[in-house]
Design a binder for this molecule. Structure first.
Ligand SMILES: NC(=O)C1=CN([C@@H]2O[C@H](COP(=O)(O)OP(=O)(O)OC[C@H]3O[C@@H](n4cnc5c(N)ncnc54)[C@H](O)[C@@H]3O)[C@@H](O)[C@H]2O)C=CC1
Ligand SMILES: CC(C)CC(=O)C(=O)O
Ligand SMILES: [Mg+2]
Length: 356
């Protein structure tokens, strides 16, 4: 059981350290090897995804990832920016299915920015396609605008595209996940405007024929964004493209109390995966010891469940997280009167102590 640990930038090293601590406390024999990635990879090796890091990620059974990105690298040419590391890993490892469960722990009902009755009992699963869409489509760039009122000026452009097979495989993931839950899938698109997403809707509808025991509804992304804050509990499984999923999952994170609570699993066709919190490197709080490590710790639990099939160990971590929340421990991102404020390390220590 080899795990490649890639802490990355900003709060990445702090939160990953806590997740490693929790994994090490389980009493299993994981082989964990660390490597630099993102801005740290660029600083050490001149590339955000150094060859050795990619090799390690490919050889390992799973990857535990922190986050990448820092303002100081924002002016580098795009190919060298830290974010290319996570995009490159997703593509190189074929991690097309991103599972982002948004669960509101009862102890945090008062911490959400939404009213408790809107969010209490929330348990939805956002499934985001992760290796296609406008994030990867080519051509892209800045060129001379060929026509129209701005002809001759510079224009920026990207390409949105999805191949049928890409849509089919993520639709299968969504329907199969729904079978283990409430058997309802909402496919989110923008079929009223975009060719790519009319095609998405048609293909999802066709895959649905194999899953007649699962209810399928289609929803435009603007409405989905509204429904997520109006009545989020109406959703069960939400499946969507790379960009819409990126945006909607950050919005869903706030239903759970904080972006620091939302874990994720990025899986290939064989459940080999990369596990990372849904948030970024949070440079604004990096190095202060206040980042919430729970999304990363819960991502490690997802790793045990999906890649290693260690359900009991995954349950142990999730139960420990519930226990520390029940003890009233909160990192500062979660505003709750009467709670006990702790830092990143104290939260990690508390989870270890609560493993039982
Ligand atoms: N997978 C990845 O590695 C991702 C990397 N990024 C990168 O991260 C950098 C910062 O991006 P932002 O847009 O600011 O998004 P972000 O998710 O890093 O931060 C947004 C806000 O949430 C807070 N936050 C995030 N995680 C937290 C945690 N665990 N505990 C407490 N507070 C937390 C931050 O302090 C900030 O106020 C950029 O360079 C961006 O490209 C962004 C998203 C994903
Ligand atoms: C840095 C981006 C490429 C990724 C992102 O925002 C995400 O995966 O949520
Ligand atoms: Mg994002």
């Amino acid at each position: 059981m080899k795990i490649a640990v890639l802490p990355g930038d900003g709060i990445g090293p702090e939160i990953t350290h806590e997740a490693v601590k929790v994994l090490s406390a389980l009493g299993d024999s994981f082989e964990m090897e660390m490597a630099q990635v993102g801005g740290a990879g660029y600083a050490a090796h001149g590339h955000p995804l150094p060859e050795g890091t990619l090799k390690l990620a490919k050889e390992a059974d799973a990857v535990l990832f922190g986050a990448v990105g820092d303002y100081q690298y924002d002016t580098l040419e795009r190919a060298l920016r830290p974010e290319q590391a996570i995009l490159g890993l997703r593509k190189e490892l074929g991690l097309f299915a991103n599972l982002r469960p948004a669960i509101l722990y009862p102890e945090l009902a008062g911490a959400s920015t939404l009213k408790p009755e809107v969010v209490s009992g929330l348990d939805i699963l956002i499934i985001r396609e992760l290796t296609g869409d406008i994030y990867f489509g080519k051509p892209r760039g800045v060129r001379e605008c060929p026509d129209g009122p701005f002809a001759g000026q510079r224009e920026g452009f990207d390409t949105m595209r999805y191949a049928e097979g890409e849509i089919r495989r993520i639709a299968h993931v969504a329907f199969q996940a729904a079978r283990k839950r409430d058997r309802r899938v909402t496919s989110v698109d923008k079929a009223n405007v975009l060719e790519t997403f009319q095609f998405w809707r048609d293909v999802v509808t066709s895959v649905h024929k194999e899953y007649q025991d699962v209810e399928l509804e289609h929803m435009y992304v603007d409405n989905a964004a509204m429904q997520l804050v109006r009545a989020p509990k109406k959703f069960d499984v939400l499946v969507t493209g790379n960009m819409f999923g990126d945006i909607l999952s950050d919005a869903a994170a706030m239903l759970t109390g904080s972006i620091g609570m939302l874990p994720s699993a990025s899986l290939d066709a064989n459940n080999k995966g990369l596990y990372e919190p849904s948030h970024g490197s949070a440079p604004d709080i990096a190095g202060k010891g206040v980042a919430n490590p729970l999304a990363t710790i819960l991502s490690a639990a997802m790793m045990l469940r999906f890649t290693f099939g260690k359900t009991e160990q995954a349950d142990r971590i999730e139960t420990a997280v519930k226990r520390v929340l029940a003890q009233g421990l909160r990192t500062p991102d979660i505003h709750e009167p009467g709670s006990t404020k702790v830092g990143t390390k104290e939260m990690g220590d508390a989870v270890v102590a609560a493993l039982g």
